[in-house]
Design a protein around this ligand. Structure first.
Ligand SMILES: [Zn+2]
Length: 187
């Protein structure tokens, strides 16, 4: 499937761009009522087709005979897809600046024209345990946004295709860097 190859490509690129390191972060692509999600423990920089686990969005059960377990964040990926039928890709990363500056005052799409075009709305969630049902529930409630900041954890970018989710991830980090530099200059 062309889209899954694209998912692999942009997962690796996201790691190359420093949005995440090691096995942290996860990506998924939705096909009807199922999603293909990165397996737990796999590095985004090394993702291959066989490292994707197929999961039913309603039962949250793994489909097929994969011996791999889906990423521990499978619940929040599914929570987004269930609420947003037009969303096809979810990319969750741990970028440094966006994570450190993940506060409401740091989401400033007006800083640069490209931000406002591709990134209009964001939600901000407080610190919660990674992989928890609570986190999945809150992410589901925030799924109307294009970007979700997770305090002291990372970001979740939603896209109608893989490239859009990737672009929003990059822009979130770029925006955070600009905000950070702005704070330094204004000191
Ligand atoms: Zn994470």
């Amino acid at each position: 499937m062309k889209e899954l190859k694209e998912l692999i490509k942009y997962s690796r690129l996201a790691a190359e761009k420093g949005l995440t390191v090691g096995p942290a972060g996860n990506v998924s692509f939705r096909v009807k009522d199922r999603m293909f999600l990165k397996a737990s423990g796999i590095w985004m920089s090394e993702l291959r087709l066989k490292d994707l686990v197929e999961v039913d969005l309603n039962s949250l059960k793994t489909i097929g005979r994969s011996r791999l377990c889906p990423s521990c964040e499978f619940r929040f990926h599914a929570a987004i897809y269930v609420r947003r039928p037009e969303i096809k890709c979810v990319m969750h990363t741990h970028p440094v600046y966006a994570t450190v500056l993940g506060r409401k005052t740091c989401f400033q799409p007006e800083l640069c024209p490209e931000f406002g075009v591709y990134l209009k709305t964001a939600a901000f969630l407080p610190k919660m345990e990674a992989g928890s049902e609570e986190l999945a529930r809150k992410v589901g409630e925030a799924a109307g946004h294009e970007l979700i900041y997770l305090q002291a954890h990372g970001i979740i970018a939603l896209g109608q295709d893989v490239k859009q989710a990737f672009l929003r991830s990059l822009l979130a980090e770029r925006m955070a860097r600009m905000v950070f530099l702005g704070l330094m200059v204004d000191r």
